[in-house]
Design a binder for this molecule. Structure first.
Ligand SMILES: Nc1ncnc2c1ncn2[C@@H]1O[C@H](COP(=O)(O)OP(=O)(O)OP(=O)(O)O)[C@@H](O)[C@H]1O
Ligand SMILES: [Mg+2]
Length: 364
């Protein structure tokens, strides 16, 4: 998949600008606070309908402007795709090839992207929320069933949590089994898809980690071991687990078990990475996981996703930077940094200098 052109109008600090990307490495460079991440964010938004940094779309609209518009002209293996988003206040309208789409699920899969940032490289150091978010975004891009199950699960979960805060215990105990039956169905889909995803991800991540560390370290990625069997067995296991936790859930006022509490385990050279690995080690392992995600997209959709690398080079030492550049060569990449070092990125990279929300000629 490739993005040929990106048009931004009143998006973040851009008034109006058109980017033309090459098929390989595109380097957006410039001083701090000029609009590099904003451009990367626009690409990710058109791929996933999700913003990287915010909850409210309103923040994406240039301060003082009424509406933001972003358009991408892209190519996937089925042909040309144009994706357009218009954001007014917190409302947005999305169009794919000129036709309005009703729900976000219909946007997913047209252009897949994998986003790397310093935050993403904290995947292993950070809490389980971030690891679930990683799985949710990644799996949703290639599985509409997962995305839909996740939306429904979260909706019922909110209702269940609201119910648990009620003071009428007998009402709660009468109602919970009704909620839980539905909850378990969606939960089982989520659990199963995550397990399949991690099963595919693990060998790639382990190989990438060996590559990045020149074989010095061995990474192991392990899914949550609480479940086994097919979806109906998982659903039954979950049903029992929900029942066993009624008392605890009532006491605490929220749902204490389920896929919204699951996690991924990482081991480096046999040792629990979350607890014991150094920062550099966990960042490298996270990078391995992200590079593995790229391979999974390739396997599932038949083509490589667009890579968005926001400010990640500054997080890695020189040998790892070189390895990363080597690994991504040939894949369309949009990379932001403050200095487009030729020694690192090579002469073929397309350099785009950004200053105050505008593309500027590259300085000699
Ligand atoms: N809705 C908005 N309207 C106007 N300006 C905005 C809006 N949202 C963000 N900005 C501004 O855009 C500027 C550039 O932000 P961006 O995150 O893209 O910087 P950057 O080039 O990635 O810098 P850094 O190197 O520090 O990461 C910031 O100064 C920010 O205040
Ligand atoms: Mg930035």
């Amino acid at each position: 998949m490739q993005i040929k052109k990106l048009f931004l109008q009143n998006f973040r600090n851009y008034e109006e600008e058109t980017f033309t990307f090459s098929e390989g490495l595109n380097i957006l460079f410039g001083k701090n606070a000029q609009g590099k991440t904003n451009c990367a964010e626009a690409v990710f938004y058109l791929c996933t309908g999700a913003s990287l940094r915010i909850r409210h779309d309103k923040q994406l609209v240039r301060i003082g402007a009424e509406a933001a518009k972003i358009t991408a002209e892209a190519q996937n293996r089925y042909g040309k795709v144009t994706i357009e988003a218009v954001i007014i206040e917190n409302k947005r309208e999305l169009k794919v090839n000129g036709s309005k789409i009703g729900k976000n699920a219909d946007l997913l899969g047209h252009i897949n992207s994998v986003f790397f940032s310093p935050g993403e490289l904290r995947l292993i150091q950070d809490g389980p929320d971030e690891r679930r978010r990683f799985m949710n975004i990644s799996i949703s891009q290639t599985s509409a069933a997962y995305y839909t199950a996740l939306l429904r699960y979260n909706k019922i979960l909110d209702q269940r949590n609201a119910l648990l805060k009620n003071h009428d215990v007998s009402l709660i105990l009468d109602t919970l089994p009704v909620w839980d039956e539905q909850l378990c169905r969606y939960a089982a889909t989520i659990v199963k898809k995550r397990a399949e995803f991690l099963e595919k991800l693990a060998p790639y991540a382990e190989k990438m980690h060996a590559f990045l560390t020149d074989g010095a370290e061995e990474l192991k990625v392990a899914p949550d071991k609480k479940y086994s069997g097919d979806e109906s067995e998982i659903s039954k296991t979950l049903q029992k687990r929900f029942e066993n936790n009624y008392e605890k859930d009532l006491r605490l006022g929220f749902t204490t078990v389920g896929p919204h509490r699951d996690d991924i385990d990482f081991f480096i050279n046999g040792i629990d990475a979350k607890a014991y690995a150094s920062q550099g080690q966990t960042r490298t392992a996270a990078l391995s996981v992200k590079l593995a995600e790229v391979e999974i997209f390739k396997d599932l959709s038949g083509e490589y996703p667009v890579l968005i690398l926001d400010d990640v080079m500054s997080e890695l030492d020189l040998p790892r930077r070189k390895k990363l550049v080597e690994r991504i060569s040939g894949l369309q990449t949009i990379l932001t940094c403050t200095h487009a070092e030729r020694a690192l990125y090579g002469k073929d990279a397309k350099k785009i200098r950004i200053e105050k929300g505008k593309i500027r000629p590259e300085k000699a």
